[in-house]
Design a protein around this ligand. Structure first.
Ligand SMILES: Cc1ncc(COP(=O)(O)O)c(C=O)c1O
Length: 420
């Protein structure tokens, strides 16, 4: 887990006091440290590219803020997009279409037409999708195919994608027929793809799936004479959310993958699709304490962010570290549940955590919220989504305004008969 500095007991983010950010922009607010974002990208980019050409496709489902996209575009990232909306955000952030790989599931023909119009390479999820794409794409359209490798892993059953019982990809037993049909439909298949799941902390599942994919690449070459250029091993690299957990050693991962792929295949380029690894620990959520409640059973801290702001604890039971930003060096000796303003008992951010004695008006910081934080937030209970702020070299920048009631009603219409 990432460490933060403090000055006079106040947590610092990118050279700025957390409490100053909260005062200036209000809470709840997501705060991203640009330097950490860039260094996360560079670490994985360099670890792999020093060994073998590797495209780092940032998976923007983790966080699709335009400023974050722009920073990663300037860093030289490629993109993993899962919807036409994500594709359009990336085009607006300045990514060239050929730097984007679209990997959808349950894809409509309308969306396929839109992708072809934008000239974005498509990673095919099913034979049905491929046949429908053939009807709307020109000869030689670049595709890869997502295989279901029957190797799954992840932090929760909802995010294990590579097991054979999931909806994703073409089953590995059908892959030769899929590439054979792709060639006869006139496509230009450049690669093969898999994604085992999300939040994977060990190297081992990645190595296992690499071996499975190498066998497939070679079988495709031997049976069809098709030499695939790109092996895409998907995303899913986990990060340590809990204090004391180990970080994934991306240098060791790069070395182990490259040494397997290099001599065993004709593959020239690797691709990876990290989302969480790049953005997660670059961002914290700041939330103000509204309310303190002590019952015979529990001590609750009621804050102004709930599962509308950060759904991971409620949805996956995920751990996010919490601290009191304005009492950063106080001893943590009382046990609290940190809960939100949503009218459901499942609305919590952290359970049974040791914190210093908390008072109304204190500022709670929730760690590691850059991935699947804002991007999975909602307007439940008619609460606007929070602001997002970027911090760089001691300066702060508002990169998304907090929503207001006007935003909540912007697309609603009331039939005129109800207005009389
Ligand atoms: C196909 C694909 N690639 C990449 C990712 C990014 O995963 P992560 O953010 O865990 O790296 C996902 C996440 O669901 C995915 O489905």
């Amino acid at each position: 887990m990432r460490e933060f500095q403090s000055v006079d007991g106040e947590m610092m983010i990118g050279g700025v006091k957390a409490s100053d950010i909260a005062k200036r922009y209000g809470t709840p607010v997501y705060v991203t440290d640009e330097e950490r974002l860039r260094s996360n990208f560079r670490r994985i980019d360099i670890a792999f590219n020093e060994r073998m050409p590797t495209r780092i496709h940032y998976a923007l489902k983790a966080n699709n803020n335009l400023s974050i996209l722009k920073i990663l575009q300037k860093e030289g990232a490629h993109i993993d997009a899962v919807s036409i909306g994500e594709v359009d955000l990336c085009l607006r952030a300045g990514f060239a279409p050929e730097k984007i790989l679209y990997t959808g599931t349950s894809v409509s023909t309308t969306e396929l037409k839109g992708l072809v119009k934008r000239k974005v390479p498509i990673n095919i999820d099913s034979i049905s999708e491929m046949r429908r794409l053939a009807e709307v794409a020109p000869e030689g359209y670049p595709i890869s195919i997502r295989v279901n490798p029957d190797v799954g892993a992840g932090h929760h059953s909802h995010v294990v994608t590579g097991a054979k019982t999931t909806k994703f990809g073409v089953p590995k037993g059908a892959i030769i027929n899929a590439y054979s049909e792709a060639l006869s439909l006139g496509f230009k298949p450049f690669g093969i793809h898999c994604h085992i799941g999300a939040g994977v902390q060990d190297v081992e599942p990645f190595l296992h799936v690499t071996d499975v994919m190498i066998d497939m690449v070679n079988e495709i070459r031997d049976v069809l004479g098709l030499h695939l250029e790109v092996l895409d091993l998907g995303g899913g690299i986990g990060i340590p959310y809990v204090p004391g957990e180990n970080e994934m050693d991306v240098w060791a991962l790069a070395e182990a993958i490259e040494s397997r792929v290099r001599d065993a295949t004709d593959v020239q380029t690797l691709a990876l699709e990290p989302g969480r690894y790049i953005v997660c620990d670059s961002t914290v959520l700041l939330t103000t304490v509204n309310d303190i409640k002590e019952t015979p059973e529990k001590r609750f801290v009621g804050v102004d962010a709930g599962f509308n702001t950060l759904i991971r604890p409620a949805f996956y039971g995920s751990y996010h570290h919490v601290a009191v930003a304005n009492k950063f060096d106080h001893p943590a000796d009382l046990v609290y549940d940190v809960v939100g303003p949503i009218c459901e008992s499942g609305d919590f951010l952290a359970k049974e955590r040791k914190l210093p004695r908390v008072a109304e008006g204190d500022l709670i910081v929730v760690y590691d919220t850059g991935a699947y934080g804002f991007s999975m937030s909602s307007n439940y209970n008619a609460r606007g989504k929070p602001a997002e702020v970027l911090v760089n070299e001691g300066e702060t920048y508002l990169i998304r305004e907090a929503e207001t009631v006007d935003d909540l009603i912007a697309h609603q219409k009331i039939p005129s008969r109800l207005m009389i």
